[in-house]
Design a protein around this ligand. Structure first.
Ligand code: ZN
Length: 136
């Protein structure tokens, strides 16, 4: 793994949280994106070299809705930047981690992503992400 790519925070009301975090960071978010397949609306903030992702559920069966119901708003996941996501998935499976997406899926912010089951990582939902390089 190369570095922390971003930290994901589950929120109930992304509009209100965009304002709140803009005050906190002194900078507004730089993009919003909806990931239909996951039932989430996201927004991204830059804090120096780091990124924060806010996530709001768009449906009741969204993983974010379930998370907030169980644990309330707060830190939802930590995402790590990887060079080769398939290689990393295989390496982690070999180490005994439970990978929730054996085939990486398309996430927000032009990334291929896969999650590790938090039961195997001391309760921390870990996201692996690899930048999608568009060659043209
Ligand atoms: Zn994320």
């Amino acid at each position: 793994m190369k570095k922390i790519e971003h930290i994901g925070i589950a929120v109930k009301d992304i509009e209100a949280s965009n304002d709140l975090f803009a005050k906190l960071f002194g900078e507004p978010h730089y993009k919003v994106e909806e990931v239909e397949s996951e039932g989430v609306k996201t927004s991204f903030f830059k804090v120096g070299e780091n990124k924060i992702e806010l996530l709001e559920a768009t449906r009741e069966d969204s993983p974010i809705a379930k998370f907030i119901e169980k644990r309330g708003e707060g830190i939802h996941h930590i995402a790590f930047d990887v060079e080769d996501i398939e290689k990393e998935i295989n390496r982690l499976k070999g180490e005994g981690f439970v990978v929730l997406n054996e085939i990486p899926k398309r996430g927000a912010d032009n990334k291929l992503v896969a999650f590790l089951h938090p039961k195997g990582t001391n309760g921390v939902l870990v996201e692996l992400c690899q930048e999608i390089v568009i060659n043209n």
